[in-house]
Write a protein that binds this ligand. Structure first.
Ligand SMILES: C[S@@+](CC[C@H](N)C(=O)[O-])C[C@H]1O[C@@H](n2cnc3c(N)ncnc32)[C@H](O)[C@@H]1O
Length: 424
């Protein structure tokens, strides 16, 4: 876009960026609209970034609502990413500022602002709103995240259908291509890594399923790690497993199916409830070997199915097996795998009065991602015919747990334990 302030029409990228950021920080929707309409570049100007702070217009609009005005004005760099000295009239009237901030955030989102772009402080606009105690703005960002993720998930499904069409032809090219990609070593961005441009990574698996299933595992007393030091399972999750067991198997003598044995924590708790049938599906050969060495195949009611649930469950359904409780806790699988699990499989396996649950770790390394995914999964569960109850559990202080683990996969304060049933 040509600099619209410049009668000669010369191009000044920094000025344009700063103008959009300034208008956002001033909650000047009219000016933002002008700048957006005058834009001639392919990039959407609502997604410009301040080169120093990494602020997008959304960050700038939110930061300008910061309640503590004096400190902010004194700071070397104003919180909106605009160099000190620029006017930020919004700073003097906090309550009306928040109203105008809300309108500006809504406007920017309508104009296509990315909800989860990270600034130099590794914060999305929503993280910033939450840190500043701006709940209303935070909720707007959560809703924007839900809309974006639902759309992306639908597009994923659309791509799968397209792959399926190719598959039914000669070459199954789509599938093979994916396998090759999955086998590439993963480079997982570390928290704070500046190459990490938005927060969606927190809902992506840390490693691909095929790489994980081929890697050697190391069993330690309080953790199970893959060869890249990803935490597959950790003992601090024991309380979560205990509460999940209580929710799913409240009495003895029930039939339970567990998908993913890991350290065997939840299966030990299930065993303590003396189930009449206890099926366990486990895909990793090292875990299966560990189970056998511990005599799991000889425990009462236990039936071990070696392989991926994707391959095992259709057979169980054909055999007419049903369960009072089902638990899902796998590793290195995506949200679309999980959605396939409950859309396609649970319905064929769960008794009409049964309950099922899952380890709810999606997006748990960032509060806003956790909140977004809670809503996304709730909607998808509803669409699949399930109701879900959430129980909040305080997670203990995990400082000190992560030494030797590649990625701190849990950051949020509370675990939300899901218990799902068929809709009435
Ligand atoms: C997080 S651990 C489960 C921890 C378990 N809940 C516990 O209490 O110890 C995940 C397990 O799922 C297994 N797994 C991963 N993908 C799987 C798949 N597609 N089918 C079956 N098991 C899978 C992994 O090998 C691993 O043992």
């Amino acid at each position: 876009m040509a600099d619209i302030q410049d009668p000669l029409g010369s191009i000044d990228v920094d000025t344009e960026q700063q103008e959009v950021l300034l208008a956002a920080s001033q909650h000047n929707i009219q000016r933002l609209r002008q700048l957006i309409r005058a834009n001639e570049k392919p990039e959407n100007p609502v997604n410009v970034k301040d080169p120093e702070t990494g602020y997008t217009p959304l960050h700038a609009a939110i930061a300008a609502c910061e309640p503590d005005t004096e400190e902010s004005a004194d700071a070397q760099q104003l919180p909106n990413g605009v160099p000190n000295g620029e006017p930020t009239p919004a700073l003097n009237a906090p309550s009306s500022v928040v109203d105008r901030g809300r309108d500006t955030v809504k406007f920017l989102l309508q104009e296509g602002a990315i909800w989860n772009d990270l600034d130099a402080n590794n914060e999305t606009p929503g993280c910033l709103a939450r840190r500043l105690g701006l709940d209303e703005l935070y909720d707007l960002l959560v809703d924007a995240g839900v809309r974006a993720e639902m759309l992306l998930n639908r597009l994923d499904g659309y791509e799968e259908i397209m792959d399926g069409e190719e598959e039914s032809g000669e070459g199954a090219a789509g599938v093979e291509e994916k396998e090759v990609q999955e086998d590439q070593p993963q480079t997982e961005p570390e928290p704070g890594d500046s190459t990490n441009q938005n927060a969606t990574e927190s809902t992506e698996p840390a490693v691909s399923s095929s790489r994980y299933l081929q890697s050697n595992l190391s069993f330690q007393h309080d953790r199970l790690l893959d060869q890249d030091q990803n935490g597959v399972m950790m003992a601090w999750e024991t309380d979560i497993m205990a509460k999940s067991t209580k929710a799913l198997l409240p009495t003895t003598g029930l039939r339970v199916l567990n998908v993913g044995h890991g350290m065997g924590i939840v299966d030990n708790l299930f065993q303590a409830q003396q189930p009449s049938a206890h099926h366990i599906i486990e895909a990793h050969p090292d875990v299966v070997a560990d189970m056998k060495s511990k005599g799991w195949h000889e425990k009462p009611g236990v039936k071990i199915h070696e392989g991926r649930w994707q391959d095992i469950l259709p057979n169980l359904i054909n055999e007419g097996e049903t369960f009072d409780a089902i638990y899902y806790d796998t590793f290195a699988e995506s949200y679309s795998d999980f959605r396939e699990f409950f859309q396609e499989q649970v319905i064929g396996l769960l008794d009409p009065d049964g309950k099922w649950g899952f380890f709810n770790g999606m997006g748990a390394d960032r509060q806003i991602s956790y909140d977004v995914y809670q809503k996304v999964v709730e909607m998808d569960l509803l669409e699949a015919g399930f109701d879900v109850d959430w129980e909040e559990i305080k997670v203990p202080d995990l400082e000190g747990e992560w030494s030797g683990v590649r990625r701190k996969y849990w950051v949020v304060d509370n675990y939300r334990l899901p218990t799902c049933r068929y809709l009435d």
